[in-house]
Design a protein around this ligand. Structure first.
Ligand SMILES: Cc1cc2nc3c(=O)[nH]c(=O)nc-3n(C[C@H](O)[C@H](O)[C@H](O)COP(=O)(O)OP(=O)(O)OC[C@H]3O[C@@H](n4cnc5c(N)ncnc54)[C@H](O)[C@@H]3O)c2cc1C
Length: 453
């Protein structure tokens, strides 16, 4: 008992010895120290803890948690080799693309000088076997589409059109000779591909309604008509043109080489989104293609559909990447932006919006991850793919619009890294089948009947 008394007494003296008398005098002149002491002694432990936290500067001095849109650590499910590829692509996007993306977007131009750098990543034809392709998983392919779109959706579209749609058409529908001829150089990105399916008057209805015609004349085919929206086609070395054979009425695929007489791509200007991606309106006027350049295993639209099926999950991943980029930029902004004397991330209403974004984003990531796992197991169906496209092309626009709300007026300025995501999220909604068309595919599986009257 005695020892305890002496101890607490020593404790008080040692505290008093630490007090700076001059500072104390200044403080006593400002506050009623007796009243302050009495009030403090009435506080419970929780209140005292909060007060001490406040006096020590609250959470101000604590380092901020890293900004990470992969809240469920899906990257940890990759193999070490896949993770290495993911980080290599992330580095390329942040060091090479990020510093130039806004400028090229504003100028509506493509940064051709980045293609050799991108080629060094060795990711074109990522999932294909042979022909110099790395034969990785679809999960990794999806993750890479997300990594690219997280920084710039246009670059991810450029890559998806080349590696997925154009190389994929040759990989799935070409003869062995055609694959040997084109794929190794496309893998090295020495030649770039485009994929021409949509037409000015035929968008959603491409399966049954292509109007571009192909007429065989001896060893040649004569193509006539127009294609619209064709990504990369203003500069591509080869463009896959899907056309209806006038003799058997079936859709066939043709490899049209740059400079072929009668092949006239014209840049579509004035886009409000995906401005770095160069889309073309192609006019085919008696364009002659040799039989050697007809995709030998493309005999009907069912073969075209195989290519679309293989690449559709990648578009859902792009939507997720776009949403992730918007979320991560918005989160960073809420720390930097101060209102009412505090960072706006301190306000609970702002925190609620951030949590809403993160929950949607995490649901998106887990859904598309599973989609790619199904694709790796060769179990993926059209309707599973379409459900993800329906869901995430729509929800990513929600996430991006919350980001816009958080940035306030600054969201309109390109340099604040939100405006581009707004337009790009909208464009992902449209291409590769918009919500209505993908809903029809899901409904058919769900209800057993088609919604097209
Ligand atoms: C930025 C961008 C890049 C693109 N890149 C390429 C490319 O590289 N290659 C290529 O071939 N194509 C490309 N496309 C074309 C794209 O695939 C088409 O835009 C898409 O298929 C939709 O066609 P559409 O825009 O003509 O719309 P439409 O088919 O005209 O549809 C207009 C509206 O009608 C609705 N609708 C249509 N049919 C039905 C129905 N049965 N039931 C209910 N609603 C219906 C649609 O949902 C939509 O709301 C690209 C498009 C964009 C915007």
């Amino acid at each position: 008992m005695t020892t305890q008394k002496r101890d607490s007494g020593d404790g008080i003296f040692s505290i008093l010895r630490k007090i700076d008398v001059k500072k104390a005098a200044k403080l006593f002149s400002k506050i009623d120290i007796v009243e302050a002491f009495n009030s403090l002694s009435k506080m419970n432990n929780a209140e005292l803890y909060q007060l001490m936290k406040l006096l020590k500067g609250g959470d101000k001095n604590k380092p901020l948690p890293p900004i990470n849109g992969d809240f469920y650590e899906l990257a940890s499910l990759l193999t070490p080799q896949e993770r290495e590829v993911q980080l290599k692509v992330r580095k390329f996007m942040s060091e090479v693309i990020d510093p130039i993306a806004n400028d090229f977007w504003l100028r509506d131009e493509f940064p051709f000088h980045v293609i050799p750098e991108m080629a060094k990543l060795n990711i074109a034809g990522l999932t294909y076997e042979g022909y110099g392709c790395p034969h990785h998983s679809f999960v990794l392919e999806g993750i890479l589409a997300m990594e690219m779109a997280r920084v710039d959706v246009s670059i991810s579209t450029f890559f998806g059109v080349h590696s997925g749609l154009a190389m994929g058409s040759i990989y799935l529908c070409g003869s062995e000779e055609q694959k040997q001829k084109w794929l190794p150089r496309m893998q090295k990105m020495e030649i770039i591909g485009a994929f021409g399916l949509t037409e000015p008057e035929v968008g959603s209805a491409v399966a049954g309604g292509l109007t571009v015609t192909a007429k065989r004349e001896g060893d040649k085919w004569i193509l006539n008509g127009q294609k619209k929206w064709i990504g990369n086609a203003t500069f591509s070395d080869i463009t896959i043109i899907w056309a209806r054979d006038v003799d058997d009425n079936q859709v066939k695929g043709f490899i049209v080489e740059k400079g072929t007489p009668g092949f006239n791509p014209e840049k579509i200007t004035g886009k409000m989104a995906l401005r770095i991606t160069q889309n073309a309106l192609i006019t085919l006027s008696n364009c002659e293609v040799s039989e050697a350049n007809r995709l030998q295993n493309a005999n009907s639209f069912k073969d075209t559909a195989k290519v679309l099926r293989m690449t559709r999950a990648g578009v859902a991943w792009q939507a997720v990447g776009c949403a992730r980029g918007a979320y991560e930029h918005a989160l960073a902004y809420t720390h930097e932006r101060h209102q009412f004397g505090k960072s706006i991330s301190s306000f609970q209403l702002v925190q609620d919006l951030l949590v809403e974004m993160l929950s949607n984003l995490t649901a998106a990531e887990t859904m598309v991850f599973r989609l790619s796992q199904l694709q790796d197991a060769d179990l993926l169906t059209d309707e599973q793919c379409s459900l993800a496209k329906v869901c995430w092309s729509l929800r990513s626009t929600d996430i991006v619009s919350i980001a816009m709300e958080l940035l306030g007026g600054n969201s309109l300025i390109i340099d604040y890294n939100n405006a581009i995501f707004v337009g790009d999220a909208e464009s992902i909604y449209y291409y590769d089948g918009n919500k209505a068309i993908n809903s029809i595919i899901v409904s058919r599986a769900m209800l057993g009947k088609s919604g097209i009257a």
